[in-house]
Design a protein around this ligand. Structure first.
Ligand code: PNS
Length: 163
């Protein structure tokens, strides 16, 4: 049983995240989508909402959704995970991701980090931009699962741009 942890804020989940979960499932028996509970960071969706959204959008065998706090490698080791999965969209992601991967390896040499390249179609999609566009009345259709789009509309109102 090869288990991987896919950690992140997922505020909110995007189609880019879903693409990485699907790719992870090709390599691992179980992918645990692990939402960081970060009290100090202001989030749009509560941890409970994000759990619900991911369970709804990725109801696939082999996917488990969980939360964690503290050090990611402590959580990964407690879960008996072989690897951490992170998505890389562009070179700009790489530097930060490499820093984290090397720090995590130093802290816990038994857990590997696996970088997966997201599909080109979502290479520009980030949770931060999705929130900004939706909050200013733009459409994020096709960039996030419909459950996220509906909740963004509920928060900010329907987009004024054509889809
Ligand atoms: O989706 P994000 O916000 O880019 O995910 C960042 C995340 C959750 C992977 C990172 O902040 C994290 O692992 N936080 C937990 C605390 C920790 O282990 N810090 C040391 C990282 S080297």
């Amino acid at each position: 049983m090869r288990r991987a942890i896919y950690p992140g804020s997922f505020d909110p989940l995007t189609n880019g995240h879903l693409d990485i979960i699907e790719r992870g499932l090709r390599l691992f028996d179980e992918v645990v989508v692990a939402i960081l509970v970060n009290q100090s960071k202001q989030s749009l969706f509560s941890v409970e909402e994000r759990l619900e959204i991911i369970r709804h959008a990725a109801p696939w065998p082999g996917v488990r959704v969980d939360t964690f706090d503290g050090l990611l490698v402590h959580y990964a080791a407690a879960q008996g995970a072989a690897a951490l999965v992170r998505g890389i969209r562009a070179v700009s992601d790489y530097e930060y991701e490499l820093q984290m991967a090397l720090m995590n390896r130093r802290l816990e040499p038994n857990v590997e980090t696996v970088f997966l390249m997201s599909t080109e179609a979502y290479s520009f999609v980030s949770s931060r931009l999705v929130k900004e566009v939706a909050s200013l009345g733009g459409s994020v259709a096709g960039l996030v699962p419909s459950v996220v789009e509906e909740r963004l509309v509920a928060r900010f109102g329907r987009s004024s741009t054509k889809e």
